[in-house]
Design a binder for this molecule. Structure first.
Ligand code: HEC
Length: 391
């Protein structure tokens, strides 16, 4: 068993790194979309041949003038920036973080016997397989349907829904969620690694060899880049929702996650329409935001309790002592825990009372006890839920 203290430090540093590279990647990607949408025909007389437009900007106290070529420039400059390391490093750090937090601790982080009693190795296999199969299926679809974008979007969404259903049927809900996020992230990075960058390389190589650059390779990359643009908001949502049991703890979480991803794509679509100057571009974004509000309201569970049967706090405290305190204590006894998770030490009545709502949420959706490692019974769960809902 690796030292839990060092595991936590490693995870924290990886997550930090992952966020920074992810922000750099998505920031650069948004910036280039913005550039494409804002270049205007060159009006100055000193234009280089082949320029299709330029944009002036001010930032950080300096003026910038960025030019865009219609095809390839006549001559390549000696230094050409590629923008790929942000993407690769985001994937590498994310992959290591996934391995460290989920795969290495698959028994409690991935397997949920109430969903399916997989062995930890099988659960890791499902998780890893989902990343590979996810990209292969997407890639096949793109190759087959590159000229039918609407059909591609519809089939892609249907496949993603199927993947979500399968993952939620095989893994614990939280693990299913993060693997869906990792699947989108993997598709995005694989687009950069296998299509966008090789296409650019083919264009540059041809130019260096004095041949006509194969612009169709650039176009294939542009299509994947366009897809990545729509994937950004869904990918970030799925990654973050992994920390919110209101999402993955819902009975229909597999559908909820897909629904929010579609709304995320819709929100992004509004920004893309605005970028190309369409009238009333933000209608899809507003519709997406309203959809989120509707989902939030529609998924709100109504507590079922009868006020006459008040739950006795001592009984609650006993359940918590036997099922939660091995981790949630100032002095945890569960191997691998050096401090109370999330600082929540449930050692005394006052703290238990003060965290009533949180406890109710985590227990009713099955998130806690983690992996039900302490074998809490259904009756005990009912008791806590009833107490938390004011019974
Ligand atoms: C095996 C150890 C373990 C057991 C047993 C356990 N928990 Fe947890 N609990 C965790 C971990 C780890 C987290 C943090 C999860 C995360 O990062 O989102 C957590 C998070 C929580 C949170 C969220 C705290 C916050 O501020 O977001 C609540 C509430 C909670 N647990 C309640 C319980 C209750 C109630 C029980 C018993 C019925 C229980 N836990 C049993 C490990 C455990």
């Amino acid at each position: 068993m690796p030292d839990p203290h060092l595991v936590d430090w490693t995870a924290m540093i990886l997550r930090w790194f992952h966020l920074v590279t992810g922000a750099a990647w998505i920031g650069a990607s948004f910036y280039f979309v913005w550039l494409n949408n804002h270049v205007r025909p060159v009006d100055s007389g000193d234009a280089t041949p082949g320029l299709s437009g330029e944009v002036f900007a001010i930032h950080g106290g300096a003026f910038y003038r960025v030019s865009k070529f219609g095809g390839a420039p006549e001559k390549l400059p000696s230094v050409l920036h590629w923008f790929k390391w942000e993407a690769y490093l985001t994937w590498v750090t994310g992959f290591l973080l996934l391995g460290l937090t989920y795969w290495m601790d698959a028994r409690s982080m991935m397997v949920d016997p109430a969903v399916r009693d997989l062995s930890p190795a099988a659960a890791v296999g499902v998780g890893a397989g989902s990343l590979v199969v996810g990209y292969l299926a997407y890639d096949l679809l793109c190759r087959g349907l590159s000229r039918q974008p609407l059909l591609l979007a519809a089939l892609g969404t249907a496949l993603f829904t199927g993947a979500s259903y399968a993952l939620f049927g095989l893994l614990g809900a939280r693990a299913a969620t993060i693997h869906l996020g990792a699947m989108i992230g993997t598709i995005m990075v694989a687009n950069v690694l296998f299509v966008i960058i090789p296409g650019q390389r083919a264009m540059v190589d041809a130019m260096v060899a004095g041949r006509e650059p194969p612009l169709e390779r650039g176009q294939a990359g542009a299509l994947r880049s366009f897809h990545n643009n729509y994937f950004t908001l869904p990918a970030l949502f799925v990654m973050v929702s992994n920390h919110y049991p209101v999402i993955w703890g819902h009975r229909l979480a597999w559908l909820l996650v897909v629904g929010i991803c579609v709304l995320g794509g819709l929100i992004r679509h509004g920004f893309n329409l605005a970028g190309v100057g369409r009238p009333r571009p933000f209608l899809p974004s507003v519709a997406g935001a309203l959809g989120l509000v509707l989902l939030a309201v529609a998924t709100r569970a109504t507590p079922r309790h009868t006020a006459s049967e008040a739950v006795n706090l001592t009984a609650v405290q006993q359940v918590i002592a036997s099922r939660c305190q091995s981790c949630h204590s100032q002095t945890p006894t569960q191997p691998g825990f050096v401090a109370a998770p999330k600082g929540l030490a449930l050692d005394d009545r006052a703290t238990i009372e003060a965290n009533r709502a949180k406890i109710g949420a985590q227990v009713s959706n099955g998130a806690m006890p983690l992996g039900n490692i302490t074998a809490m019974t259904d009756d005990e769960r009912q008791l806590l839920v009833k107490w938390a809902s004011g019974g």
